[in-house]
Design a protein around this ligand. Structure first.
Ligand code: ZN
Length: 347
């Protein structure tokens, strides 16, 4: 297992986020990746590699040039509004919902923050672009490694990516690393790629990016969006559109569902992936399904993550694991590395 490690991740360090109307310390923090890196070191699970930078053109395969331009320049624009802003994170405060227009890009910075975002829980900081871009580098590098013959690659990066769409950030995510990995696999010669998203939250960004396509199957197991973030996508009746009809599978489970129900959903997901017969698999690896996660209400135990890795190995495809959510920092390293070790052991 090759691990592509984002050494720049700590440059994205939010001061706080808004949670249920209050300012609270960020759940998505540098210590998360540190926990996983430390556990990888303890278990000696393969080489840890620094990615080489990929051209912006690679990111434009998934994200719009307008959005990437905004993201690259957002921090300097924020500080240009008022030098005192350098001591504050940038947050959106206004959004172009439904009857308002989103086709015209406003000049006002606050208006553009809203245009390119979906919530106020995602601070944009001085180092956000550098951290997110280096994470995207890791994802593209991991995809490339699979095409060169690796059976498994792990992207250890933050901020996460699966909530980010082609032209918006949110849910702690800015660039969609799983989508970038899948697209790079296709650009590198794969005919079909399956993405399985096992984060507690639905991967709305990834779904929306591939919703009209039949070369990428998106399967997601997550908490029912009626009660859990991202709320406005992730229902079972979303099956894809046009050529993509039948290539999107959502398996929502009520918050509080049993671990047995979760593994039944995993089996359904794996059977669907088997019948799709992809050339490679991308896993959006969130471990906020853990019983001790402060944001979530599933009940998986640390040992369950070994079983997940094992089941994914039985798919028999080159697999890229992309680090997404998981906020129980103390157990995070063990849970993530258990998935990777379960995968390696069952190969
Ligand atoms: Zn999550």
């Amino acid at each position: 297992m090759l691990t592509f490690y984002n050494e720049q991740h700590a440059q994205h360090r939010g001061r706080h986020e808004f949670f249920r109307g209050e300012q609270v310390p960020c759940f998505e923090k540098p210590e998360r990746a540190d926990s996983v890196l430390a556990e990888l070191g303890r278990r000696g699970l393969g080489r840890i590699v620094t990615p080489h930078g990929v051209p912006l053109m690679s990111l434009e395969r998934i994200h719009t040039p307008r959005y990437l331009h905004f993201l690259r320049n957002a921090w300097s624009e924020w500080v240009a509004l008022d030098p005192a802003n350098a001591q504050k994170d940038a947050f959106p405060s206004v959004w172009p919902v439904r009857t308002l227009r989103s086709d015209i890009e406003p000049e006002n910075f606050a208006a553009r923050m809203g245009l390119y975002s979906m919530d106020s829980g995602t601070p944009l900081t001085a180092g956000t672009w550098t951290a997110a871009k280096t994470g995207a580098d890791c994802a593209v590098n991991a995809a490339h490694a699979l095409r060169l013959g690796e059976r498994g690659a792990f992207v250890l990066s933050r901020p996460p990516g699966h909530h980010a769409g082609a032209d918006f950030f949110g849910g702690y995510c800015f660039l969609n690393n799983a989508a970038l990995a899948a697209q790079h696999l296709l650009d590198d010669g794969a005919r079909k790629v399956a993405i399985i998203d096992i984060d507690y939250h639905h991967g709305n960004g990834t779904q929306s990016i591939f919703y009209h396509r039949d070369d990428v199957l998106f399967v997601s197991i997550h908490a029912d969006p009626r009660n859990e973030y991202p709320f406005y996508l992730g229902h079972a009746d979303e099956r894809g559109e046009g050529a993509g009809h039948g290539y999107n599978m959502n398996l929502p489970l009520a918050a509080g569902s049993s671990t047995q129900a979760w593994f039944t959903a995993l089996e359904t997901a794996c059977v669907r992936i088997g019948s799709f017969a992809p050339d490679a698999v991308v896993v959006s690896l969130g471990v906020d399904t853990f019983v001790g996660d402060p944001l979530s209400r599933f009940a998986l135990q640390s040992a369950d993550y070994l079983k997940i890795g094992e089941r994914l190995a039985w798919l028999g495809k080159p697999t890229a694991f992309i680090f997404e959510g998981g906020y129980a920092v103390k157990e995070l390293g063990v849970n993530v590395v258990n998935v990777l070790e379960g995968y390696e052991t069952a190969l």
